[in-house]
Design a protein around this ligand. Structure first.
Ligand SMILES: Nc1nc2c(ncn2[C@@H]2O[C@H](COP(=O)(O)OP(=O)(O)O)[C@@H](O)[C@H]2O)c(=O)[nH]1
Ligand SMILES: [Mg+2]
Length: 427
């Protein structure tokens, strides 16, 4: 099908393309807000990106005001707070390093940053082994394709199309790679079939590099990161990993147990809180998710936390009710800070293949995403879906997950991802 398109477009005039897209990541970032710099202890975290445009939150309907009133009183009176939390009133996250609480709450007992060179190599090895199946298919497939071939012809491109589709790249990405390769052949920049792999690499990097944008909490101002996604995608696990990472960097982190639909979900988040030594604000299952997160945000603000990471329910994305609930959470949080939630990240299971694209589009439409985390790249996932997601949505890919352990999460990096997917050698 894509190739039919390719044939139809054979006469398209060649357009200028760059060999490699400019690295976009840190460029264009807004300077850190001056108020946020007061408490900065770690320069690495001082440059939050410019917020992405988001769907404006709808006005809060009158009937929610009652809910809010209740929520506030629950916070003050009886919200069962995780046992990890110290009972001290307004136990502040700032200033750090004072008293016993600080190590628990602010991560003053920082372990070294998880991104040492050695750990980076370890992560690459695991990413590489996770993507082994896709890579073998692509790498060996391309090698087979070009074997004994002197020119890049239609037959070869047709076979390449099949390989890219099999790797879960989806039709639009496959189409754009074929287009790129065709243009290069026409301009006689690409003659040798052996150079095909390099052309695929460049095309993938061009697509993925603009999706690399790091984000870190801002010190001295309580922000909310709301995590959304369907059940089983890896939300709670990713929250635990992120909490450990940022706590390790010295941020004051609080977790909010907004997946109140399943009792096990609250316990699971509390388990992560215990494991990574971060307080969890929770109420019983069946509580109103928006109320729980409203309380959690109030608690985070009063304690001077840098970030509340809000877990949410993940009943099937096709159920309108879930999207309405998420919209309500947004509206209710905005009552305390019009910019809250400051980030909304979708967690996607890479193993769900092209279905992940449908989820991404639906969640983006409903709540306006500012980031995507892609989990389970260590499993049977075909890595091409990451490219398909990058092509489908102009939303940064923040982190990728390659296992269930606390260290199995890394900021998305286009180069190492493409290397793990195509060659298995870090460039
Ligand atoms: N192999 C692997 N498993 C993961 C990863 N992320 C999450 N999981 C597992 O996926 C399952 C569902 O994760 P969970 O965080 O409960 O998903 P949620 O329903 O979206 O909160 C759990 O068994 C996790 O341990 C990952 O990157 N790799
Ligand atoms: Mg969960």
């Amino acid at each position: 099908m894509v190739f039919a398109w390719f044939k139809r477009n054979k006469s398209t005039p060649a357009k200028e393309t760059q060999d490699e897209a400019p690295a976009p990541s840190s460029q264009g970032m807004a300077p850190a807000e001056s108020s946020a710099q007061v408490l900065v202890e770690d320069a690495q975290a001082s440059a939050p990106e410019t917020p992405d445009p988001r769907t404006p939150a709808a006005a809060l309907p009158a009937d929610h005001l009652g809910t809010l009133g209740t929520a506030v009183s629950v916070t003050q009176e009886s919200a069962p707070i995780s046992t990890l939390e110290k009972p001290a009133e307004n136990s502040a996250f700032h200033p750090r390093g004072e008293g016993e609480d600080s190590s628990l709450l602010s991560g003053a007992s920082s372990r070294p940053s998880p991104q040492t060179a050695e750990e980076g190599r370890g992560f690459f090895a695991r990413l590489k082994s996770g993507l082994r199946r896709s890579r073998e298919q692509l790498q060996e497939g391309v090698a087979q394709l070009v074997l004994g071939k002197k020119i890049i012809d239609e037959e070869l491109l047709e076979e390449l199309e099949g390989l890219l589709l099999q790797a879960d790249m989806g039709v639009p990405v496959t189409r754009s790679i074929l287009d790129e390769v065709t243009q290069q052949v026409r301009r006689q920049e690409l003659r040798d079939p052996a150079a095909l792999q390099g052309a695929i690499r460049r095309a993938l990097l061009e697509l993925l590099r603009p999706r690399v944008q790091t984000w870190a909490p801002t010190r001295g101002r309580t922000q909310v990161l709301m995590m959304v996604g369907i059940n089983g995608a890896g939300k709670t696990t990713t929250i635990g990993k992120l909490a450990a990472r940022w706590k390790g960097e010295g941020y004051g982190i609080l977790l909010g147990a907004g997946d109140t639909f399943r009792a096990a979900a609250v316990e699971q988040l509390q388990g992560w809180g215990q494991r990574v030594q971060v307080p969890v604000i929770a109420q019983g299952s069946g509580a109103d998710s928006a109320s729980v997160l409203f309380d959690a945000f109030a608690a985070a603000r009063s304690r001077g936390a840098d970030l509340l990471i809000a877990d949410t329910a993940g009943r099937l994305h096709t159920q309108n009710h879930l999207m309405e609930e998420l919209k309500k959470v947004k509206r209710v949080l905005a009552k305390q800070d019009p910019e809250a939630p400051h980030q909304i990240w979708l967690v996607l299971d890479a193993g769900t293949g092209q279905n992940a694209l449908v989820q991404a589009q639906q969640f983006h439409e409903a709540v306006g995403l500012t980031g995507i985390c892609i989990t389970k790249l260590d499993g049977t996932a075909k890595g091409g879906v990451v490219a398909a997601i990058a092509k489908a949505l102009p939303v940064p890919i923040r982190y990728i997950g390659i296992g269930e352990g606390v260290e199995d999460l890394r900021p998305f990096d286009a180069e190492s991802f493409v290397d793990a997917l195509l060659t298995g050698d870090p460039s």
